[in-house]
Design a protein around this ligand. Sequence first.
Ligand code: PMP
Length: 301
Amino acid sequence: MKAFDLIGNTPLVLLEQFSTEAMKIYAKLEMYNLGGSIKDRLGKHLIEHAMSQGELSTGDTIVEATAGNTGIGLAIVANHYHINCVIYAPEHFSEEKMSIMRALGADVRRTPRSEGMIGAQQQAKAYAEKHQAYYVNQFNNDENPRAYVHTLAQEILDQCPDINYFVAGAGSGGTFSGTASVMHQHNVKNIIVEPEGSILAGGEAHAHDTEGIGVEKWPSFLDRSLIDDIKVISDQDAFHNVSQLALKEGLLAGSSSGAALQAAMDIAEDIDEGHIVVVFPDSSDRYMSKNILNYGGNNNE
Ligand code: PMP
């Protein structure tokens, strides 16, 4: 086996302390990917697809706006194919992710927090135009959801054939869209998760501490008909669950995992029996500088 083969085929575990005999919550542990997050799958798919279309070749440069995990996935895969990688990341996202991207050879540029992810996207696009680089554009790239159709969705169905509910947070919305499109055909209910401050359920956009999820505008490829419910989770609940997962399961998960777990627990309260699969996109260790395991609130103030 090669290191590069460690993208995908992640474990699915029963969250024993959060389940009962009839009501089981399973977590798909995406921190077990090579770069430590679900976004390795996206980096691999987007780069390999662009190469297969003749849009990208060895020696070229890719550029992208990202909160960090997509940048890590892209940097790993870009290196593998001898492609250069430039990343624009808003300045409030964790330093650890920036250090990891730099260690993987990416040219990382911070953008002002006040301009949000949209500001980072504008700068990435401008760089691509100026330097003839390939703009990955995960937020509007129809290949984003397709990264999960034959990988994550299929793995979950193989690992938990009697799944009733699929739960995932939305950052770009790609994980949810791609996986839910498959789950829908198997009569699985699809629940999308966002933090307070995200707009999917109709709320106002504002800053939040849960990192990696939350959208400022409706993602182009997010099909409303695939959404059975939208759960809006507070930063407090998300971070509380991060601590609970560490204490009760020995699982060191990121705050978007904590938010997704809260949504799964809310569903579990409403039904007597069933199998819920929830995606845990990354781990706590890349948020230590933000006190993820000792959350006091308002990291973003
Ligand atoms: N959680 C974390 C930690 C992430 O980095 C991301 C991607 N930004 C997500 C969840 C959401 O994934 P997606 O972009 O596929 O909606």
